[in-house]
Design a protein around this ligand. Structure first.
Ligand SMILES: Cc1cc2nc3c(=O)[nH]c(=O)nc-3n(C[C@H](O)[C@H](O)[C@H](O)COP(=O)(O)OP(=O)(O)OC[C@H]3O[C@@H](n4cnc5c(N)ncnc54)[C@H](O)[C@@H]3O)c2cc1C
Length: 417
């Protein structure tokens, strides 16, 4: 082993996996972890069951990281979901795919995943320095000076794998963003992602628990339409949740307007025409009975009529054009003004992070500071629910390790000449 050193800051899935994969590069590897135990967030993932990745082609994967999927293409092609499955099965943890595509350990224990990572680090001679947060990293004459609460040391390469800034109790408190800035890297605006939204003057609290499949949700800001997302939606006590909202939340800000259509595939004009026809054919039936034809939950129909100020006993022939228009608007574009997003203790990921333009997507190395790497959630990458974040952590870790092995290989061959 050479006397060259690699410091990995953060003992989460990205940091530990990078250490394992870089182990045969021949340098001394130390993982600095601020907590007593590594990877607390990994243990919470998938409610402790660890939804480690997702089934499907890489091309489909790339669509699950908001607007930043293309940065991950080299990482996800180099180390794909099936490579991750193979790695764990070769190390004694079998994985299985749920009907919707989520992949979990058969045991449903995140702990089994962590056990492999810790064991392989130990077998590879990686030193894990727990309860040793890195406070500062500086770059001096081609080497990096690492300062922890207990020690200062020079290393030849540094991997920043400190995660994001949500669930701070797990150790992810945004330290990596600060370290990146002091090393000259830009950090794009960070905030909560994979979170529910709280709604101003929310009128649906008594419908909490009712969920809907595949509803189109349109986001407006300052009167302008920003984008539409389709996904499952859940009413909560304070607003909206469900995978459709969680995956969309990276784009949502307080004050935004969300409009939800409860009748996917039908615009207001079409719904109005259908309603006119249904009422004409329904004789003296009540409006709420006619609305049942749209396959909406009865409690939602009552709520929408209540909001529109329409008597629940009103019969079809007595529905005014104005009230019909209000109903159609609520069915096709029900408005929700966002009061706030879930806070750091609720958001499962961080949007924003180390700016991708300054990191080489083929190596995860800084574009202007050779030997400095960023992997995992510290990057401006956040995935949808379904295993996309952990796959990104493992794939970016693998790419950085590959580059470190290459650099060390070159160093060895030039020193032996
Ligand atoms: C409740 C919950 C459930 C989730 N479920 C899933 C899921 O099922 N599937 C999925 O794909 N994703 C899931 N995620 C997201 C996923 O867990 C993260 O994206 C992933 O853990 C990121 O890995 P990472 O190694 O980059 O960072 P982290 O896992 O956050 O690890 C970073 C590590 O760095 C350490 N650290 C931070 N600062 C310092 C410092 N200054 N010095 C030393 N150490 C430091 C931290 O203590 C931590 O151990 C979930 C997240 C949460 C909160």
């Amino acid at each position: 082993m050479s006397d060259r050193c690699l410091a990995i800051i953060g003992g989460g899935p990205a940091g530990l996996f990078c250490a394992i994969q870089a182990a045969d590069a021949g340098l001394r590897i130390q993982v600095f972890e601020k907590n007593r135990a590594c990877a607390r967030k990994l243990l919470m993932s998938g409610s402790g069951q660890c939804n480690i990745t997702h089934d499907g082609e890489t091309r489909a994967f790339l669509t699950h990281y908001g607007d930043n999927g293309s940065f991950l293409k080299p990482a996800l092609l180099n180390f794909q979901n099936h490579d991750l499955v193979t790695f764990f099965s070769e190390h004694g943890v079998q994985l299985e795919t749920e009907p919707g595509g989520k992949i979990f350990p058969v045991s449903r224990k995140a702990h089994d995943i962590l056990e492999v990572l810790i064991r392989e680090c130990s077998l590879a001679g990686v030193k894990i320095r727990s309860e040793e947060p890195v406070i500062e990293v500086s770059h001096e004459s081609g080497r990096f000076l690492i300062r922890t609460g207990k020690d200062s040391l020079y290393v030849d390469a540094v991997v920043i794998a400190t995660g994001g800034e949500t669930y701070p109790a797990t150790g992810s408190t945004g330290d990596g963003f600060r370290l990146a800035r002091t090393l000259g890297h830009q950090v794009t605006g960070t905030g909560p992602a994979l979170t529910s939204v709280n709604v101003q003057n929310y009128l649906f609290a008594d419908l909490s628990g009712i969920s809907f499949a595949d509803l189109p949700i349109t986001l407006f800001r300052d009167g302008k339409k920003i984008r539409t997302h389709t996904g499952d939606l859940l009413f909560t006590h304070t607003g909206l949740s469900g995978p459709g909202i969680l995956d969309f939340s990276r784009f949502i800000r307080p004050g935004d307007l969300l409009k939800v259509s409860f009748v996917p595939g039908n615009d207001a004009q079409k719904v109005n025409a259908i309603l006119v026809e249904l009422i004409a054919a329904a004789g003296n039936r009540q409006v709420k009975t006619v609305l049942g034809k749209f396959d909406l939950p009865e409690r939602l129909i009552r709520k929408l009529m209540e909001i529109a100020g329409i008597d629940l006993e009103l019969t079809g022939p007595h529905l005014s054009k104005k009230d019909r228009t209000s109903l159609v608007d609520l069915i096709t574009a029900c408005p929700f003004v966002v009061r706030s997003l879930g806070g750091p203790d609720e958001a499962m990921a961080t949007r924003g992070g180390v700016a991708l333009g300054e990191v080489n997507p083929k190596t995860m190395e800084s574009k202007f500071l050779p030997g400095l790497f960023f992997i995992g959630e510290v990057l401006d990458i956040d995935g949808d629910t379904g295993g996309y974040n952990l796959q990104a952590a493992f794939s970016t870790a693998m790419l950085a390790a590959k580059r470190i092995r290459m650099i060390e290989g070159q160093n060895l061959s030039s020193s032996s000449k």
